[in-house]
Design a protein around this ligand. Structure first.
Ligand code: DUT
Ligand code: MG
Length: 175
């Protein structure tokens, strides 16, 4: 079923033995991507894995590669650069930089496994204009936990020195 205002996105199977990426359920945000290879990820190890597809996204959209939550929760499998960015002009094979976050157990990936999911979203291709001063807001420059209430702060681990705050060129700590 086609429910988007955008036309169907052209997709080329570079590995025609693998099925077309598809939604597991109607209305799911992402289509699942398959691994073209068998590989084993040791704890902490990462690997760039092919999906066997290339796509032609319309200008003004972006492809985002997200981990699958089931694999993340069950085995610790994730995507290093989550979400991965697939530019509209990219015509190469979509690849996924997988990582095993489990501390103890290797993850075995088999060719044809659904390893990640691809979402397509509209994106604003804004330009930037340099100014001397930005407008004032109630948040101002506060960030990185300035509003409080974080579990990490309650556990006593909120000392920003643990975040390796680096001095900015003006000599002030960033964070
Ligand atoms: O998870 C990903 C992320 C990116 N790409 C492809 C599509 C994307 O358009 C291209 C470049 O990605 P990105 O801009 O994130 O990487 P970069 O390190 O900035 O490379 P480049 O200099 O080619 O832009 O690599 C993937 O196949 N999978
Ligand atoms: Mg780039």
């Amino acid at each position: 079923m086609h429910v988007s205002d955008l036309p169907a996105v052209e997709l080329k199977r570079l590995d025609p033995e693998l099925p077309l990426p598809r939604r597991a359920h109607e209305g799911d945000a992402g289509v699942d991507l398959y691994s073209t290879v068998d590989t084993v990820l040791q704890p902490g190890e990462r690997a760039l894995v092919g999906t066997g597809i290339a796509i032609a996204l319309p200008i003004g959209t972006v492809g985002l590669i997200h981990p699958r939550s089931g694999l993340a929760a069950k085995s610790g499998l994730s995507v290093v650069n989550t979400p991965g960015t697939v530019d509209a002009g990219y015509r190469g094979e979509i690849k996924v930089c997988l990582i095993n976050h489990d501390l103890h157990t290797p993850i075995e990936i088999r060719r044809g496994d659904r390893i990640a999911q691809l979402l397509v979203q509209r994106v604003e291709l804004v330009t930037f204009v340099e100014v001397d001063e930005l407008d004032e807001t109630s948040r101002g420059a506060g960030g990185h936990g300035s509003s409080g209430g974080h579990a990490v702060l309650r556990s006593g681990a909120g000392d920003t020195t643990r975040l390796h705050a680096v001095p900015d060129p003006a000599g002030e700590e960033v964070l």
